[in-house]
Design a protein around this ligand. Structure first.
Ligand SMILES: [Zn+2]
Length: 285
């Protein structure tokens, strides 16, 4: 099991574009040392939350009335129940917190349980964190020292989620591009809610069998990974990344995912109990 999962430089490219600098980071990233307490802050009122969602959260445009209501409730719950931590000089605003919380809430709108119990803190950075140093290259036996930009991290157990605000905002406003760093990192937390970052979410019985079959068919195939038109190549870093990237596509570009990979779409629809491809109002580009 990988300790800390990352997504790198995905916000500015389309879902099908190559991502040459995808690298997972390891457990030793010392970001905990950068924490500082959030100043006293009062959550915004419902009307303010609603206005920010309308302005910034593209996926919300296609939610029906019931899901939109639940989005407001879940967003408010995340704002109040989690510790929000600014780092690297950023000053947290209502817009940042509501935008991130609303995107985090989208996957769980139809859940009966609260799968983010293990998420205690969300750390917000202004932009990607850059790291360098010699590491294994993209081909076995090679090395690279290129600078890596990391826009999100999800730590196991009760560890924090780290989000870069600039990437989160860009993704949130343009779901048609197929990437969403907030949904990606929170999908890792859903995957890890059974204790393992293995790409197998907490399903049981026939639903679990179906997901494992889809994972086997889609993840373990070798043909077409680099030319996949729906999932970007980062999905094939590991089963955990496949689940997170597929979840992004499910919510951001559901019609394309359903057309290209109907079995994967159906398995995710069963997990999330949502059917975004058949929603009557398309997400705005
Ligand atoms: Zn990831």
């Amino acid at each position: 099991m990988r300790g800390v999962l990352s997504v790198v430089n995905v916000s500015s490219v389309s879902a099908a574009a190559p991502e040459p600098r995808s690298r997972p980071l390891d457990d030793t990233v010392p970001f905990i040392m950068q924490w500082r307490r959030t100043p006293s802050w009062s959550p915004p009122h419902t009307a303010r939350i609603d206005a920010i969602i309308s302005a910034n959260v593209g996926i919300a445009a296609r939610l029906d009335r019931a899901l939109r209501e639940r989005l407001l409730e879940h967003t408010a719950a995340l704002l109040q129940s989690k510790r929000w931590e600014p780092v690297a000089g950023i000053e947290l605003t209502d817009e940042m917190l509501v935008t991130i919380a609303a995107n985090a809430a989208i996957p769980i709108l139809s859940f009966d349980t609260w799968p983010y119990r293990q998420v205690r803190s969300i750390i917000v950075r202004p932009s990607a964190s850059l790291s360098s140093g010699t590491r294994a290259g993209p081909v076995a036996g090679t090395y690279t020292d290129e600078v890596i930009g990391t826009i999100g991290l999800a730590s196991p157990h009760s560890g924090p989620i780290v989000i870069s605000w600039d990437a989160a905002l860009a993704d949130s406003r343009r779901p048609a591009l197929g990437s969403n760093v907030v949904i990606h990192e929170f999908a890792h937390k859903i995957d890890m809610s059974d204790g393992y970052a293995d790409g197998v979410p907490p399903l049981r019985g026939a639903a679990l069998d179906r997901w494992q079959r889809v994972l086997r068919d889609e993840f373990h195939r070798t043909e077409g990974r680099d030319s996949d038109h729906v999932l970007r190549p980062y999905a094939w870093e590991s089963p955990a990344e496949f689940f997170a990237v597929a979840t992004e596509a499910f919510f951001c570009i559901p019609v394309r995912l359903a057309a290209a990979k109907p079995h994967l779409y159906d398995a995710l629809a069963e997990l999330y109990r949502q059917d975004p491809a058949r929603d009557s109002v398309p997400a705005r580009p």
